[in-house]
Ligand binder design. Structure first.
Ligand code: SIN
Length: 486
């Protein structure tokens, strides 16, 4: 890697040091590439680090990639891109094995057989965890330690990407807010999702769709921005723990949901969109602000970090019900990519939550997101190495344009106008928001005149079968078009 103060030249630039970014960086380095790994936030603030779910992979004897695909498609509500689903279910098990080889210790029984968890929408136990609900933390810690030790990887911490560096219609690197630049054959965005654009969220504060914003500003297409998943069980009304996620895996082990009258009211392990919507409707009908999650029959030792976090807030889940309600959790949409992470802008790649392969359709199957990080992170790293070595852009990178940051008012507007139930009036109001990504989300949500998965429109309460497998694409300008993906 050539190096001076302001400009680094490397084979692969990876932006984001969560699961997808770390794994892509390690894969590229193993293939002999030089890598610059840019991390804006400390490790503990990446969405992967916060991930309580695990890695979904067809590992059980009674399971198969076909069955995993069928569950993914059923959860995704006739909007999953089959080719992306196929890749995920065929390669997830190999990525789990690879992570074990890299030193990640997954939960297993005394014989060393992986303990598989159950989550909403899965027809069989399929979710690999590490440390119960501390999976993301364990993986990110291990991969970070490996990345720091690799000579081929230069870690640039505390640096914020602000713009793709483009030249002659391709991306030739990334510009950082502090004026530094990285020139690379391939730039891989692994910057996480956008759920913290909504005021009530389970996500770390940095999940603001930075990668999506800068990719769109550079001319790459985005898709499916109307599909934002709301997690059913985030803590509400508890100081210091607002939005704290109580993992679906806990419902997988028998925790139940109770309405204000104390009765159960929903099938707890239905796909996430259905559970979130049912809670939302019950709260609207009753005027209550929360439902109760009863996990008194669940072994607290299985989920030590959740139990400890609740205890810190003065809640004892072994004795009392936890007040929960839905919160913004996961962006199914993002930067349009092919099955190797290539965006529509040559040289620019995206993986993990910032990308949109169409894999999740209108409602992601629980724990498919970490699987996606590793499956597509590896593919993008390998594909990036095939990019041409000769790069343009000159020796002087351009000054980066500032990236818009959302105000609290934008976050509240998204929660109000692009929440679980959307109206034309609210979405049209959101079209006027000062934040560009908020406007694009509104435009996609207005374009989809139906209710499907995580996207529910008051004026169009039914699924429109004519929109099956159609994805809202935004390129230049604001007006999305609906494209058929297989
Ligand atoms: C959870 O543990 O409930 C969340 C996991 C996921 O988002 O897949």
């Amino acid at each position: 890697m050539a190096d001076d103060d302001a400009l680094l030249t490397t084979d692969i630039a990876v932006v984001g040091a969560g699961g997808a970014g770390l794994y892509a960086a390690l894969t590229a380095a193993t293939a002999g590439a030089s890598v610059a790994l840019v991390s804006a936030t400390p490790l503990a603030q990446t969405a992967s680090y916060w991930a309580q779910g695990g890695i979904a992979a067809a590992l059980a004897i009674e399971d198969s990639p076909e069955r995993h695909l069928a569950d993914t498609e059923a959860a995704g509500r006739d909007a999953v891109r089959r080719s992306a689903g196929d890749v995920l279910v065929s390669e997830a098990a190999a990525r789990v094995a690879d992570l074990e080889r890299l030193g990640v210790r997954f939960d297993s029984d005394r014989q060393g057989v992986l303990a598989l968890g159950l989550e909403g929408g899965h027809s069989v136990r399929r979710v690999v965890h590490a440390g119960g609900s501390a999976t993301g933390r364990r993986i990110v810690r291990q991969l970070s330690a490996l990345a720091v030790d690799r000579e081929a990887i230069t870690v640039i911490e505390g640096a914020r990407a602000t713009s793709a560096w483009t030249h002659d219609g391709r991306c030739v690197g990334i510009l950082l807010e502090d004026g530094r630049a990285i020139r690379a054959r391939a730039t891989i965005l692994a910057t996480g999702g956008a759920a913290a654009l909504w005021s009530r969220t389970t996500n770390p504060p940095g999940s603001l769709g930075i990668g999506m914003s800068l990719a769109h500003a550079a001319g790459a297409q985005l898709a499916d921005l109307e599909f934002l998943q709301f997690h059913p069980t985030a803590v509400i009304g508890v100081r210091g723990r607002e939005g704290f996620l109580v993992s679906e895996a806990i419902r997988g082990e028998g925790a139940t949901l109770h309405g204000p009258d104390g009765q159960r009211f929903v099938e707890e392990l239905a796909p996430r969109d259905k559970v979130a919507r049912t809670i939302f409707q019950l709260l609207a009908e009753t005027g209550a602000t929360s439902v109760g999650l009863d996990m008194t029959d669940v072994d607290p030792a299985r989920f030590p970090n959740v139990v400890a976090a609740l205890a810190d807030a003065g809640l004892d889940p072994t004795r009392e019900r936890i007040p929960v309600s839905p919160a913004s959790h996961y962006m199914m949409g993002g930067i349009v990519t092919d099955l190797d992470g290539r965006s529509t802008l040559p040289g620019l790649y995206a993986v993990g939550e910032t990308a949109c392969t169409g894999l999740h359709g209108a409602n992601r199957l629980a724990s498919n997101s970490l699987s996606e990080c590793f499956v597509f992170g590896a593919r993008a790293a390998k594909a990036g190495l095939d990019e041409p070595e000769t790069l343009g852009g000159g020796s002087q990178p351009p000054a980066p344009p500032p990236l818009a940051h959302p105000s609290r008012a934008t976050q509240e507007a998204l929660w109000r106008d692009a929440g679980i139930l959307r109206t034309r009036e609210g979405l049209e109001r959101l079209l006027e928001d000062p934040h560009p990504l908020a406007r694009l989300i509104a435009a996609c949500a207005l374009k989809r005149q139906e209710s499907r998965g995580a996207h529910q429109r008051a004026e169009f309460p039914e699924v429109d079968p004519g929109l099956d497998h159609r994805h809202a694409i935004v390129g230049d300008g604001m007006e999305p078009r609906l494209e058929l993906w297989h």
